[in-house]
Design a protein around this ligand. Structure first.
Ligand SMILES: Cc1cc2nc3c(=O)[nH]c(=O)nc-3n(C[C@H](O)[C@H](O)[C@H](O)COP(=O)(O)OP(=O)(O)OC[C@H]3O[C@@H](n4cnc5c(N)ncnc54)[C@H](O)[C@@H]3O)c2cc1C
Ligand code: FES
Length: 506
């Protein structure tokens, strides 16, 4: 295996303290609102509801802001690569205007929290760019600029940027922002506790029973709450069928030292099939890190994920001349088929159960927006923006993309059961390898570590029964159906599953 660039940890996590101050839930408690998931959506909702006088509990299966929000690129912008021209075409100018206004408002919500709470999180105003390098996507970039101007966004069209390579054109949004997502979220999370409100970590929610009141069930205790928000990125409840209305997209990031004199100003994203996301962030020692992201694919469908990091490394070396790689990490987000997140009730019949998902890799603004909208909804404040994000809207099951995705899921459910038939022994797994085996008729996912020890678990995803797939760079078992992920020992890393893979004993 080639040497991968940098340490395998997100820079945001490596540069912030471990949140050992938050306990696990051990006793039953009662609050107004229980929020499941301590990422940007859950934390934003929690802080706004607490400010409005409600008692809240924030429950996270792992540590606060170590999910997708701890692995993001953390650009806070309403320039979502290419979206406005398509939105105007598909849902009309009036609704596209809501998308533009609400995402701009989310940026200002973040800026206001930073100012009001004096949050030290490397927040800085930056311009955001979507660029074309060839003429192939230039028309798309120009159309995006025209659509953005029509919607009153702070857009201009440029042919020169501070990137150290030529482009054919870019749409530029002024006065956007970037920050250190985890510093920001940890600061907000600390403001939640007290006066009847709580934050619990290492507390996985296994089930939510909607009622009056609702019961939020964990392995150790139950929370009773009038209202529950599911903000687990991939919803852990199957009601509402959100696993079929979104698909999970996994993507990769590397961080390298860059000479500030040679670093690009602003935040960038390319266009076309093979695009890269670029920004810089201050390093704790006063230096600068260049972040380059890309290599996206549907989660659970790629085994040789090392290749994705190596490609990013080559790109960063050749385009920016960087040599010293410090960190590499990867994460995934739910992509909604109509590009609009789902924010609101879990089903049309839900009166106490809410959800936020489908941020489509732009959840720094859309996750913030979800927190704002859910808080308004629960507080009974009429918010006209909600109508385009309504989580129970008629879903585009009939779009080509969603049909294709759900057919692929069906194929995995059936076809993957035949995988691994040719291997039947743990002895077939070499050190460092993860393999699917069929032993005594059981599908087994087996990994042999570098010391030669076998880690063997059931290969059947505990969500809806698809067969998991090995992810070699992260040493995890990833489900190709709805993005569930497990450690090599079968521990849930990412929803929708809530139960670990069963250990296999030879
Ligand atoms: C590679 C990449 C780069 C990105 N870059 C950007 C960017 O530059 N700008 C931008 O706007 N967006 C970006 N995004 C998207 C953005 O990071 C996400 O949309 C956002 O972080 C999602 O936040 P969240 O609150 O939904 O999820 P999370 O941050 O994952 O929070 C969900 C939490 O729920 C917890 N949880 C899960 N299951 C349970 C359970 N059963 N019980 C209790 N807790 C549970 C998890 O532990 C987790 O902490 C990027 C996404 C990717 C994949
Ligand atoms: S995540 Fe749904 S079946 Fe695995």
């Amino acid at each position: 295996m080639s040497q991968l660039p940098g340490k395998a940890i997100s820079y945001w996590i490596a540069s912030t303290p471990h949140t050992s101050t938050f306990p696990s839930l051990t006793n039953d408690i009662s609050v107004d609102i229980a929020i499941v998931g301590g990422g940007i959506a859950g934390i934003t909702a929690a802080i706004l509801l607490k400010r409005a006088g409600k008692t809240v509990v924030l429950l996270d299966a792992q540590q606060i802001a170590t999910g997708v929000s701890g692995h993001t690129t953390a650009k806070v912008t309403s320039l979502h690569q290419l979206i406005y021209a398509q939105l105007i075409k598909e849902i009309g100018e009036e609704k596209a205007q809501i998308y533009a206004n609400s995402n701009q408002a989310a940026i200002e919500r973040v800026a206001k929290f930073v100012e009001e709470e004096n949050i030290d999180c490397d927040f800085s105003r930056r311009n955001a760019y979507t660029f074309a390098e060839t003429t192939e996507t230039l028309d798309d970039v120009r159309s995006e600029f025209e659509a953005a101007v029509k919607l009153g966004l702070p857009a201009s069209f440029v042919t020169e940027t501070s990137l150290p390579f030529p482009i054919t054109g870019a749409v530029k949004f002024d006065n956007q922002a970037q920050f250190h997502a985890r510093k920001y979220l940890l600061h907000l999370a600390r403001l939640i506790e007290g006066n009847g409100s709580y934050v619990f970590e290492n507390t996985r929610v296994r089930n939510v029973e909607e009622g009056n009141p609702c019961q939020v069930v964990t392995a150790t205790a139950t929370v009773t709450a009038k209202t529950v928000i599911i903000a687990t990125n991939a919803p852990i409840l199957d009601q509402g069928l959100f696993f079929a209305k979104n698909y999970p997209k996994r993507s990769y990031i590397i961080a390298a030292r860059i000479d500030p004199a040679k670093a690009p100003e602003g935040m960038y994203i390319g266009t076309g099939n093979d695009y890269y996301s670029i920004r810089t962030t201050p390093a704790p020692d006063g230096g600068l890190l260049l972040l380059v992201g890309g290599g996206g694919h549907k989660a659970g469908t790629v085994t040789n994920t090392e290749e994705r990091y190596l490609k990013l490394e080559n790109y960063a070396r050749s385009r920016f001349g960087v040599e010293q790689f410090e960190y590499r990490w990867s994460t995934q987000d739910m992509v909604s088929f109509d590009q609009l997140p789902y924010i609101g009730k879990v089903t049309p019949l839900s009166n106490h159960l809410y959800v936020a998902t489908g941020f489509s890799l732009w959840g720094m603004s859309k996750g913030t927006l979800a927190g704002m909208l859910l808080s308004d909804l629960i507080l009974g404040i009429d918010n006209p923006w909600l109508k385009i994000y309504n989580s129970t809207r008629a879903t585009p099951f009939v779009t080509v993309e969603s049909l294709k995705n759900n057919l692929e899921v069906g194929f995995h459910w059936v076809g993957d059961r035949l995988k691994g038939l040719e291997r039947s022994s743990l002895a077939d797994v070499a050190p460092g390898e993860g393999k699917l085996l069929t032993i005594n008729g059981h599908k087994i996912a087996a990994y042999r570590d570098e010391e030669g020890q076998i880690h063997a678990v059931s290969a059947t995803c505990t969500h809806l029964g698809c067969i998991v797939n090995w992810n070699s760079a992260e040493k995890s078992w990833d489900c190709p159906c709805h993005g569930g992920r497990y450690s090599c020992d079968g521990k849930v890393l990412h929803g929708p599953p809530v139960k670990n893979l069963k250990r296999y004993k030879a």
